[in-house]
Write a protein that binds this ligand. Sequence first.
Ligand code: OFO
Length: 171
Amino acid sequence: MLDSKIQNALNEQVNAEMFSAYLYLAMVAYFNDLGLSGFAVWMTSQAQEEMVHAMKFFNYIVERGGRIELLQIEKPQAEWDSPIAAFQDAYKHEQYITGRINDLVNLAIEIKDHATNQMLQWFVEEQVEEEASADEVVQKLAYVQDAPGGIYMIDKELGARVPLFTMPVRE
Ligand code: OFO
């Protein structure tokens, strides 16, 4: 049985993960609009991962006998000034999510919920990767400084990311 405080916090995390998916889908739309299909493929995979994150929290709450309450998902930003601005936002967003995961761990420890703490360790590790992968693209984009040749190369590279599951992607 889940303590009500942690149940609410985990329930809110389902919403935060769904918002992450929404934010990255907004970036998919932005990149498609720019004709950067490789960037869009990369962000589609990222959005898929976020849906998986949301379902991990969802399933955990159910498994522990908790009750899900789906909350309203905030409307994400739709436009960015440049590809690097979008990726900087993705990196910033991942740092924000890391903070949320750390707060959840702190709460689980505070109320001595060892099972939740253990489940959250997967996310602690995942956030290291999430921050690193967004930051890696920011660094590459900073390196090419909007030079069309460089953007083209990065687009090709990002387009090679393999999606988690099949979904219609605009090529
Ligand atoms: Fe991108 O890690 Fe979940 O939100």
